[in-house]
Design a protein around this ligand. Structure first.
Ligand SMILES: NC(=O)c1ccc[n+]([C@@H]2O[C@H](COP(=O)([O-])OP(=O)(O)OC[C@H]3O[C@@H](n4cnc5c(N)ncnc54)[C@H](OP(=O)(O)O)[C@@H]3O)[C@@H](O)[C@H]2O)c1
Length: 226
């Protein structure tokens, strides 16, 4: 599989690129700024540019089989909505279908269970970057209105920088302010999704199993939840 990655200089995007190249997949990653790319990108093809530039986005996805976007918004919240619109536009122009997007579980989707942690997260985001929740909500609307791309929005609680545990689950479930997920599990899940048709045009939560869920709900994430 040839993968295009947006957000590869960040925590979860870097983990996706590292795991994909370890698995022998070809990766092209868009990186902005003049600094040397992080070590995670050493075996990837790096495209210099900004996700808000449609040409840079088109160059990144050219010839790819699937796209993974972990674009963040703390250094420019419009990247989350505008960057995703550019990715979808470029995918449409080239007939590409599979798009995996990572975002927080604070983005609401119809039919979600009540999540106590969502209100806490929204307060935190508004304090840290007031325009950010508007752009993440827009991302949800953009994806929900996109029916010609096989997108999956993976919604996560706070991410911890630890290796894969194999103890995470995906689906529709309530999260608490204490919920978390580790970046190794996220990388494996996003890559598995990129190569499968699980959760197409769905927005599963993805988080570490705790308590009752840990005892009763085991198995591989994509297979067990698709
Ligand atoms: N970390 C968490 O606990 C957590 C929890 C829930 C949800 N999330 C969300 O999940 C996503 C991934 O999280 P993360 O922690 O991996 O994020 P991160 O470390 O902040 O990485 C975000 C990445 O997006 C890139 N980016 C942003 N705007 C861009 C643009 N216009 N053009 C090119 N690249 C751009 C950043 O590049 P630069 O290095 O150039 O800035 C960086 O590589 C984010 O949207 C985050 O808000 C994170």
């Amino acid at each position: 599989m040839k993968l295009a990655v947006f957000g590869g200089s960040g925590l979860s995007g870097g983990a996706v690129v590292r795991l994909a190249t370890e698995r022998g997949e070809r990766v092209r990653a868009l990186v902005r700024g003049a600094a040397d790319p992080p070590a995670a990108l050493k075996d990837a093809e790096v495209v210099r540019g900004d996700a808000l530039d449609p040409d840079a986005v088109a160059r990144t996805i050219d010839g790819a089989d699937a796209v993974v976007s972990t674009l963040g918004g703390f250094r420019g919240p419009e990247s989350i909505s505008g960057g995703t619109e550019n990715i979808i536009g470029a995918m449409r122009r080239t007939g590409m279908e599979r798009l995996i997007v990572l975002q927080g579980f604070h983005i609401e989707f119809p039919g979600d269970p009540h999540n106590v942690g969502r209100a806490v997260t929204n307060v935190y985001l508004r304090l840290r970057c007031p325009p950010l929740p508007g752009h993440t909500a827009a991302l949800g609307r953009i994806l929900r209105s996109t029916d010609d791309i096989a997108w999956t929005l993976v919604r996560v609680p706070p991410i911890v920088d630890t290796p894969a545990s194999g103890n995470a689950r995906a689906g529709r479930f309530a999260l608490s302010p204490l919920s978390k997920v580790n970046v190794g599990d996220i990388a494996a899940f996003l890559l598995d999704l990129a190569g499968s048709s699980a959760f197409v045009r769905e927005a599963p939560m993805f988080a570490e199993r705790t308590g009752k869920a840990r005892r009763s709900d085991r198995g591989s994430t994509v297979a067990a939840n698709s």
